[in-house]
Design a protein around this ligand. Structure first.
Ligand SMILES: NC(=O)c1ccc[n+]([C@@H]2O[C@H](COP(=O)([O-])OP(=O)(O)OC[C@H]3O[C@@H](n4cnc5c(N)ncnc54)[C@H](OP(=O)(O)O)[C@@H]3O)[C@@H](O)[C@H]2O)c1
Length: 289
């Protein structure tokens, strides 16, 4: 089984949540990391905590939606370490609200971060991976791209379908890319987290402030939707539940195409596979407060 030791891994969205947990776990396993997110102070503090010497963990602050920042991220990884073994595409956020009420500009912005920028960053990394020497410890594998999708990429929910559609699109890109890159010895993996305790809810609320202030006839349903998160509390997973899957995908001789965690995520995916659309619609239906 290939080891994490000295693998060079770029992680986007490493300033909190799943990305931060992945950074902690991969650093413990001996990987060399290039961490990215907009909040440079948090990123820098994490990098120095994980590696006070600054030789193995780099913080490269930047916005994934900026072309210049994406180039800086990939350029720094190459300059410092001379190769990129893995890219963990994790940066992302959610937008809430009824489709009728979410301005198209906010929908575009969500796709820009969760999908288009992820694709653009991946486009920069593919040639680097393809042109580098294969790693004999990993059966000649030249690199791995790990996309953080969501159970929401398989099950779309009322009042969340803007975000859910970004993750549905990510499913399609990931599946196509897997076939395209296989021929060059690159693996592509999709990880589907269920509900995970991170800053995701706060950041989605923040991104959707204006929408949530004016949900009009949807208001009573919206209140209940928010309460729904509270009801799910006992089942929520941790960032490390997903970090563990990232580690598994990076160390498996042949990684699976898809991983999911925690247990409720696997259950929802199974139900989606088993049940007719009508039953899924019933499970995610809107209810008044
Ligand atoms: N939490 C869940 O229940 C859950 C479930 C399924 C999937 N996911 C997915 O998991 C991923 C990580 O989310 P999380 O739950 O860990 O939430 P989080 O704690 O809010 O972390 C999101 C990360 O993305 C970064 N980010 C957001 N926009 C960015 C931008 N424009 N440029 C660069 N970095 C950006 C944030 O950093 P800065 O703000 O510092 O830039 C932060 O580090 C997301 O793709 C999310 O869709 C989460």
């Amino acid at each position: 089984m290939p080891s994490l030791t000295d693998q060079v891994v770029i992680i986007t969205g490493a300033s909190s949540g799943i990305g931060e947990a992945a950074a902690r776990r991969l650093a413990r396993g001996g990987a060399r990391l290039v961490l990215s997110a907009r909040r440079g102070d948090r990123l820098e503090a994490l990098a120095r905590e994980l590696d006070p010497s600054g030789a193995r963990v780099l913080a490269v602050a930047g916005d994934v939606t900026s072309e210049a920042d994406r180039q800086k991220l990939v350029g720094t990884a190459q300059e410092k370490f001379g190769r990129i073994d893995a890219l963990v595409n994790n940066a992302g956020y959610g937008t809430r609200g009824p489709v009728e009420r979410v301005p198209v500009e906010l929908i575009r912005r969500n796709f820009e971060t969760n999908l288009f920028s992820l694709i653009a960053l991946t486009q920069l990394v593919i040639p680097v991976m393809r042109d580098q020497r294969p790693d004999p410890a990993r059966r000649g594998n030249r690199g791995r791209i790990i996309n953080i999708g969501s159970v929401a990429g398989r099950i779309s929910r009322p009042l969340s379908s803007v975000y859910d559609s970004t993750k549905h699109a990510l499913e399609a890109i990931t599946d196509g890319l897997r076939g395209e890159l296989k021929v060059f010895g690159l693996d592509v993996v999709l990880i589907r987290p269920g509900l995970i305790s991170t800053e995701f809810v706060q950041s989605a609320d923040h991104a959707s402030e204006t929408v949530m202030a004016g949900t009009g006839p949807y208001a009573p349903y919206f209140e209940n939707y928010h309460r729904g998160f509270g009801r799910l509390e006992p089942f929520i997973g941790t960032g490390d539940d997903i970090a563990r899957l990232v580690e598994r995908a990076l160390t498996a001789a042949r990684p699976r195409s898809h991983y999911a965690a925690p247990a409720h995520a696997k259950l929802f995916l199974l139900l989606k596979w088993l049940l007719p659309v009508r039953a899924i619609d019933y499970l995610v239906r809107l209810r008044k407060a």
